[in-house]
Structures are given as structure tokens and as C-alpha cells.
Design a protein around this ligand. Structure first.
Ligand code: FO1
Length: 305
């Protein structure tokens, strides 16, 4: 069975691990958000691609969900001494990935080619595709200005109220090679419990992807990242509220109603089922909170069943 999963950061990567264990991992394609990508110290950093790769390789820092386990930050200490920007915590080993990615991009490789080379070096069998080879940058508007997503997320620790989101470069971007074919050829498509606005939103903003998914609505299931009105990880709940969305599983379902024929919610949200069914979506009630490795595989099996 060929499966496609749309994923953003930490929440998405967790479900990818469950899927990779519940099926033949070489039949799984992850289409990953690159709106969070940032240029730092002359390096191209792709946080969500790396989170997916490191997590699937079993090398991720389990505490944070991003970066590598057992990481040190000695290069960063020196960067700070030189008064370079030090708010984005690039680990010593992680820097190796960014140096390699940047060098390959400079020598003319595409982001999709580089991503494939990196996941092979980590012996990851799941195919990992960036949403696009072109640069798309998620920008966040706070009260007084627009800023890069990572400035809002990491430097300002998601404290400012979000007044708007835009995806710079999206209109001119194209789906990365393999993305549309994977969507067309998948037996099932899974939208991971990632932030719908800033993790899945950029993927859907790449021209052609949302339309391709609309034609596969009957085979697509989305998983709610909101449980009991709260996000499982990160600022999804606050962001949704601040931007005037209904911050609930049903509110997320509304955002996906045109592309997902089924929507998975947590047992504790079972009362929302009727509201979601009214959107023309089939509701799957499951344990969607992934705390242990068993939780991940169990959820993956339910989504594949
Ligand atoms: N997240 C943080 O909250 N603080 C950091 O300093 C940080 C550094 C970082 C370095 C490499 C990387 O791949 C991810 C990193 N992240 C950090 C996570 C990243 O900002 C988020 O996971 C995503 O961009 C949101 O999906």
C-alpha cells in the first residue's frame, strides 16, 4: 500500500515514525513543510526536513523533538562570542547537516535531491520530499511588523499576538518533483497532526498541491492536532484563537473540509463528531495523543485500516 503523509514539525514526525513501523517504510512518502527554512550564518537550515529525518533515524533529541540527541553547542558559543545571532540553537553535529545541505545546494543540487541524499545517509527508508524546491518563507505579522516565522517561534518564544500569516514566494513556487505523482498514486493520504496554519498551511499554499489533494479527498484522512481545545505541541491553539478561528478539533476540520474526507479526533473530543460530520467528513474517534512508541503505531494502524 502506497501512503503519502503531509507533515510539519515535531507532531508530524511522531506520526511518521508510527506509520513507518505499521507498514513497509519504503512505501511511505512524507511531504514536508519548508516554510520554516531559514538562512543563518550563511547556511540553509531546514528544520522540519531535519526533524523528520532525525526522528525517523531514531537520532532526534527526544526531549525537544528537534535537533540531535546528545548534542553539544560549542560552535554556537563561539558564534555568540563573535556577536553573531545566537538565538537559534544550532548544535555542533546538526551544523554538519546544514553545511552539507548548503554546499550541495551551492553546487547546483535541488533541495529535493539534497533531502534525499541526507535521508539516505541516515539510512531512512521513508521517502522524504520537501513541498517545493523553491524558497517559500512563512512570515508572521505581529502588532507592528512582519517577521520570519523562526523569529516569532524561537527568538520571541511565540509571545507576540499573531495578526497575520503569509507565505512569501509561494505563488511562484512549484511542487517539488515527485510530490504530485505521490499524491496521485497513493492509496491513502494522511495529514499529520501538525499545526494547520504554519506547518500544513505552507504545503497547501504551493500552487497545485491543494487542487491535487481535492481530487483525492475520499482517500485522505486528517488528524486533529487540537485535543480538548488545546494544541498537543506548540502554539497552534493560541494562533488559531488570535486569528479568529474556532480553536477546536471541529475548527481544524473546517480548514481541511475540501481536501479530507475523513477526520480523526481524540476520544475526549468525541462530542464534536456531529459538527465535523456536518462538514461532510467521516469521523474516526481514536487515541490521537502519542506519548509512547506504542501510541504512535496504534494510531498509525487505525489510520491505515
Ligand atoms: N526550536 C526552538 O524552540 N528553539 C531553538 O533554538 C530551535 C533550534 C533548532 C535548530 C535546528 C532545527 O532543525 C530545529 C530547531 N528548532 C528550535 C525547532 C524549529 O524551530 C521548529 O521545530 C520548527 O521550525 C517548527 O515546526
Amino acid at each position: 500500500m502506497k501512503i503519502v503523509a503531509l507533515a510539519g514539525g515535531v507532531g508530524g514526525a511522531k506520526l511518521l515514525v508510527g506509520l513507518a513501523q505499521a507498514m513497509n517504510p519504503s512505501h511511505l512518502t512524507a511531504i514536508v513543510n519548508t516554510g520554516d527554512d531559514i538562512a543563518l550564518h550563511g547556511l540553509h537550515v531546514s528544520p522540519d526536513l531535519d526533524t523528520a529525518t532525525y526522528t525517523l533515524a531514531g537520532a532526534v533529541n527526544r526531549k525537544t523533538g528537534w535537533g540531535l540527541a546528545g548534542e553539544s553547542f560549542r560552535a554556537l558559543e563561539l558564534l555568540k562570542r563573535y556577536r553573531r545571532e545566537g538565538w537559534f540553537n544550532l548544535g555542533d553535529r546538526d551544523l554538519g547537516t546544514h553545511i552539507h545541505r548548503t554546499a550541495l545546494l551551492r553546487s547546483g543540487a535541488s533541495l529535493a535531491q539534497v533531502t534525499d541524499a541526507i535521508r539516505r545517509a541516515w539510512r531512512v527508508r521513508v521517502r522524504i520530499l520537501p513541498m517545493s524546491d523553491q524558497r517559500v518563507t512563512t512570515m508572521i505579522r505581529t502588532r507592528d511588523r512582519w517577521m520570519h516565522f523562526q523569529e516569532y517561534f524561537v527568538r520571541l518564544r511565540t509571545k507576540p499576538v499573531v495578526a497575520g500569516i503569509r507565505f512569501d514566494g509561494a505563488r511562484a513556487a512549484r511542487p517539488a518533483p515527485g510530490v504530485l505523482a505521490a499524491i496521485a498514486g497513493a492509496e491513502r493520504i494522511i495529514i499529520c497532526p501538525s499545526n494547520p496554519l504554519i506547518s500544513i498551511g505552507p504545503i497547501l499554499a504551493v500552487p497545485g498541491i491543494r487542487n491535487a489533494l481535492r481530487t483525492r479527498r475520499d482517500d485522505t484522512v486528517a488528524v486533529s492536532p487540537i485535543v480538548g481545545g488545546k494544541s498537543l505541541k506548540g502554539p497552534s491553539d493560541r494562533m488559531m484563537r488570535q486569528l479568529g478561528y474556532d480553536c477546536s478539533a471541529a475548527g481544524v476540520a473546517q480548514l481541511y473540509a475540501d481536501i479530507a474526507g475523513a477526520f480523526a479526533i481524540d476520544r475526549s473530543d468525541a462530542r464534536q463528531a456531529r459538527k465535523i460530520e456536518a462538514l461532510g467528513m467521516r469521523v474516526i474517534v481514536a487515541n490521537t495523543v502519542m506519548r509512547t512508541p506504542r501510541d504512535k503505531v496504534r494510531l498509525a494502524r487505525e489510520l491505515l485500516a
